[in-house]
Design a binder for this molecule. Sequence first.
Ligand code: DGP
Length: 112
Amino acid sequence: MPETVFSKIIKREIPAAIIYEDDLALAFRDVNPQAPVHFLVIPKKPLINLADAQDEDQALLGHLLLVANKVAAQEGLKGFRLVTNNGAEAGQTVFHLHIHVLGGRSLNWPPG
Ligand code: DGP
């Protein structure tokens, strides 16, 4: 998988506002926030997107959801939304799997 800005954030080659880290995952604030709280949860493993994940990634994917929940609580969010854009057609621009976590305001449905 080619290097992305997110792999550079993992390696601390470019700065980011990191709010959580463990052996498997990293969470940092989105540089272009779409809500008062908007952070990204990424695996350290270089997966392109959800479609790139395999059965062997089951525990890792579950871990990312639990990290999203944990950091949302840390951020004081009661209601929040998770989004993962899978592929360019869905709006994916950085090709390293990431879960957007959005909150801190009312969120409309359906999303655009
Ligand atoms: P997506 O469109 O789902 O691929 O979302 C990519 C998000 O990543 C987008 O909301 C902006 C964010 N982003 C892109 N480059 C950087 C960066 O260098 N630092 C941070 N913190 N966020 C970034």
